[in-house]
Design a protein around this ligand. Structure first.
Ligand code: C2O
Length: 549
């Protein structure tokens, strides 16, 4: 195994990802940041220099479980104090599984400002996790959504009474490129330039007759997406770093925080180009399709030439069952089946509701809206600062027999807390996420939930109210897929199981940036006593002021 070192400088720069100039957070001048390439078992060392001048930063390695390095998870307020302007912080961690992962800012809404990128971990050839499929070449696809207004403006709007919601994105991006219509209303004079190479349509080149692996990741702030390669069916073979039982799709639904690999055969007419397209689903789209071009080497057309057909517009945005069925079809590959424990030691049933605190709109779990403590849990717990966060454990369940998930909350008022769930080390934990109606009538949205520090088995999905007396009997205990991010469908439930076997403090939250910002998350602690002495560099804020370097 190899140690791969990276030196990063984080700074604000003016970028025109969709041809419109916007203040963006960059890594070494780029957004998305550089792709981290590694082989299973490698150690990654990233020295982060914070040159944001007046702003803190923290970077999370999404999907990397951080076994033995819980302080490197990069979650501000949970595993570390933020990196101050002018400071340097070194993240060191092992990538122990092959697959496609991501990294992104985990402080405020910095991820949405452009602080994100890919981690691609190749399997050890002939190793235990070798790929159960073959291909000739590969391409990476990072999907995102993008707004022209600043994330500070968005955050202030979300915290206002009445709320100023972020709204639908101005553009969708493929590998950091989109195309906004410069002559659209409201574009500031001189801020949009369709001729910039920065926003040129990306081209993916293929050799006729060959099979390609497309690794697809979504880092969106809000949007659920559908991805399609015009005229080329895709065979799904991997999800979140685990091999899945292959299934063929015309297009792929992908939620923020998820990654997939698909195989695609370049077997169409090489003398024309084809669209790669990304469209919003699950929310009523108000954003144009993002496009890229698939071009065949040796074909009689220019690789940059627009295909002769209109770009695919994706499935019906509100066809929940279409997306639900893809979720259910995603099960473990025979070569990657690791059956879950038969039973759980503890079940936490989490009702997701939209609520209010003093007129501010929030999201809550079992009527508790999450807030981050000022002293990171990991630091507070190891240094005995028990007053640093709410000592009362959050509720394990809600009144499921009397709560009507199809109507808006009768009493929308909720409370905020930074309490956390303490799990017995080594125990098996089930979490059942229950979706419900929001504050508006007839509205329930897809929530992609992401767990830090673990992969979980996805045991089942349903639409309607979860019944603890009935539904556990329908769980898939045979070949459930392991994932780190999973969809909770509108008015639905999703059941997960994981082993609390990774000493540390781990976030579990909705991966929609503004939903987490509005309180849609919880935190687990497990095995804190076996976390070794913490590096001093993660301290120095809140009640540990002065304890840092
Ligand atoms: Cu990719 Cu806590 O998030």
């Amino acid at each position: 195994t190899t140690t791969r070192r990276h030196e990063w400088e984080i700074s604000y720069q003016l970028k025109s990802l969709d041809c419109v100039r916007k203040l963006s957070i960059t890594i070494n001048g780029q957004t998305p940041g550089p792709t981290i390439l590694a082989v299973q078992g490698d150690t990654i060392v990233v020295r982060v220099n914070n040159s944001l001048v007046t702003e803190n930063v923290a970077i999370h390695w999404h999907g990397i479980r951080q076994h033995g390095t819980p302080w490197a998870d990069g979650t501000e307020g949970i595993t570390q104090c933020p990196i101050l302007p002018g400071d340097v912080f070194t993240y060191t961690f092992v990538v122990d599984r092959p697959g496609m992962y991501m990294y992104h800012g985990h402080y405020g809404m910095q991820r949405s400002a452009g602080l994100n990128g890919l981690i691609v971990v190749a399997a050890m050839p002939g190793g235990l996790d070798a790929e159960p499929f073959a291909y000739d070449g590969e391409h990476n696809v990072l999907l995102n959504d993008w707004w022209h207004n600043s994330t500070y403006e968005q955050a202030a709007g979300l915290a206002s009474v009445p709320i100023r919601w972020v709204g639908e994105p101005h553009s969708l991006l493929i590998n950091g490129r989109g195309r906004f219509n410069c002559s659209a209303a409201g574009v500031e004079e001189g801020s949009c330039d369709a001729g910039l190479p920065e926003c040129a349509t990306p081209v993916f080149a293929v050799v006729p007759g060959k099979t390609y692996r497309f690794r697809i990741a979504s880092i969106t702030s809000l949007s659920a997406l559908n991805f399609e390669i015009e005229g080329h069916p895709m065979t799904v073979v991997e999800a979140d770093g685990h091999y899945v039982k292959p299934f063929v799709v015309k297009n792929l639904n992908i939620y923020s925080g998820e990654t997939y690999s698909v195989l695609m055969k370049a077997d169409q007419d090489p003398n024309r180009n084809y669209w790669l397209a990304s469209n919003v689903v699950s929310r009523k789209p108000a954003t144009p399709t993002a496009t890229a071009i698939l071009s065949y080497y040796g074909g009689h057309t220019s690789p940059r030439r627009a295909p002769p057909t209109p770009p695919p517009s994706g499935p019906l945005w509100n066809d929940t069952m279409y997306r639900f069925n893809q979720s259910v079809a995603t099960v473990a590959h025979l070569a990657d089946v690791e059956p879950p424990p038969r039973t759980a030691d503890r079940t936490i049933l989490l009702l997701n509701t939209q609520n209010k605190i003093d007129g501010h709109i929030k999201w809550a779990l079992n009527n508790v809206s999450f807030t981050l403590p000022h002293t990171p849990y990991l630091v507070a717990m190891k240094s005995g600062h028990l007053g640093a966060y709410d000592q009362r454990p959050p509720p394990e369940t809600y009144a499921h027999q009397s709560y009507d998930i199809y109507t808006k909350p009768t009493n929308p008022n909720t409370t905020a807390s930074d309490g956390l769930y303490r799990l017995r080390f080594g125990s098996v934990v089930d979490v059942v996420l229950q979706n419900a109606n929001m504050l508006d009538d007839n509205k329930s949205e897809t929530q992609p939930w992401h767990l830090h520090g673990h992969d979980f088995w996805v045991l089942g999905y349903g639409i309607g109210r979860f019944d603890p007396a009935v539904h556990p009997g329908t769980y898939n205990l045979k070949d459930p897929v392991l994932k780190n991010t999973v969809a909770l469908h509108p008015y639905g439930w999703t059941a997960l199981r994981f082993k609390a076997d990774n000493p540390g403090v781990w976030a579990f939250h909705c991966h929609i940036e503004s939903h987490f910002f509005m309180g849609m998350g919880i935190v687990f602690e497990e095995g804190i006593e076996s976390v070794p002495e913490l590096p001093k560099e993660i301290m120095g804020c809140g009640e540990t002021k002065g304890a840092g370097h």
